[in-house]
Design a protein around this ligand. Structure first.
Ligand SMILES: Cc1cc2nc3c(=O)[nH]c(=O)nc-3n(C[C@H](O)[C@H](O)[C@H](O)COP(=O)(O)OP(=O)(O)OC[C@H]3O[C@@H](n4cnc5c(N)ncnc54)[C@H](O)[C@@H]3O)c2cc1C
Ligand code: FES
Length: 277
């Protein structure tokens, strides 16, 4: 159970990872997050600075977690794109970090998405690779065969590979600095043509255009998929309705409690307004 209210954690590690930043916090009282879950984060100092920004906490996926004697170490992968992420990427060991979480819905094992799905294909883009890192480790621990495809815009907008703890990652980059020059969905298209594609479930997180392409490719081939989506989130626990997105079947879901992980067939588009950077 996620504890009620926010709690103060200590930052235990912070380092650059390519163009991104990894920081870890020790959560003494919270539970271990499920893969796909997220936290609302705010720095203890320097939050709400000049002009009051950032005011609200910012949503961050757990990129890794390990339970130890003193509590749970949670790893985050961050890209500085605005006042909140500027402050969070400047955190150093010993700093205080307010957390609310873990929040939201986790990824489902392949066998829960389809009885035929024995393996997993992970497709990550940009900072979206964070949530797939913790999922890949969970799948490996459960003995699920997993193939990982990651794509980045350029060297400055890339990082976090070491969080995957795996050397078999196929890379794509738009500027050609690593792996295939082009989109990560080019690699997915080739993989989905393979004989064993029908026995896999696809899991993706990344920019909205990438997610929409993955959703369409899987829908055309009847391959089950789950997408970790983003929407602007003010509270993170269902109270503000700021994160509402349409359901394919009609009506709306609140992405913070009904997601952020959703099945591809639960939505008719992954192009969520106000998300992605
Ligand atoms: C479930 C979930 C998980 C997430 N996980 C991660 C994660 O693991 N790592 C991570 O780095 N991020 C993650 N995010 C994204 C992160 O929460 C958002 O990007 C957050 O809003 C950043 O806060 P900020 O204050 O830095 O930028 P914001 O001020 O919120 O700005 C966000 C974007 O809007 C643009 N923007 C801001 N103001 C303006 C303006 N006036 N005009 C035009 N554009 C503007 C910024 O340039 C930026 O691209 C996640 C989001 C969700 C919902
Ligand atoms: S962020 Fe407030 S309801 Fe989802």
């Amino acid at each position: 159970m996620t504890p009620f209210g926010r709690r103060l954690c200590e930052v235990t590690e912070a380092r650059d990872s390519g163009g991104y930043r990894v920081f870890s916090a020790l959560d003494v009282t919270g539970p271990e997050p499920g893969a796909g879950q997220f936290y609302m984060l705010a720095a203890d100092q320097g939050w709400g600075g000049a002009g009051g920004r950032p005011y609200l906490s910012r949503a961050f996926a757990a990129a890794g977690a390990e339970a130890g004697r003193r509590g749970v170490r949670i790893d985050f992968l961050a890209e500085a794109v605005g006042p909140g992420t500027d402050r969070l990427t400047a955190l150093e060991p010993g700093d205080g970090l307010w957390v609310v979480g873990p929040l939201g819905r986790s990824f489902s094992p392949p066998s829960e998405l389809s009885p035929e799905a024995a393996g997993a294909i992970l497709v990550g883009g940009g900072i979206g690779v964070a949530t797939l890192a913790i999922w890949r480790r969970a799948l490996a621990a459960a003995g699920v065969p997993t193939r990982t495809l990651l794509g980045f815009r350029d060297r400055r907008h890339s990082g976090g590979l070491e969080l995957f703890d795996c050397s078999e990652i196929r890379l794509a980059s738009e500027d050609g600095h690593a792996g295939h020059q082009g989109y990560v969905t080019d690699l997915l298209a080739v993989m989905l043509e393979g004989d064993d594609a029908a026995s896999a479930a696809v899991y993706a997180c990344g920019p909205p255009a990438m997610l929409e392409s993955v959703r369409e490719m899987c829908a055309e081939r009847d391959i089950p998929c789950e997408l970790a989506l983003e929407a602007p989130m003010a509270c993170g626990y269902g109270a503000c309705f700021g994160c509402a997105i349409p359901r394919a079947a009609g009506g709306y879901m609140r992405l913070c409690v009904d997601g952020p992980v959703v099945r591809g067939d639960e939505i008719s588009t992954a192009l969520v307004p106000g998300s992605g950077h």
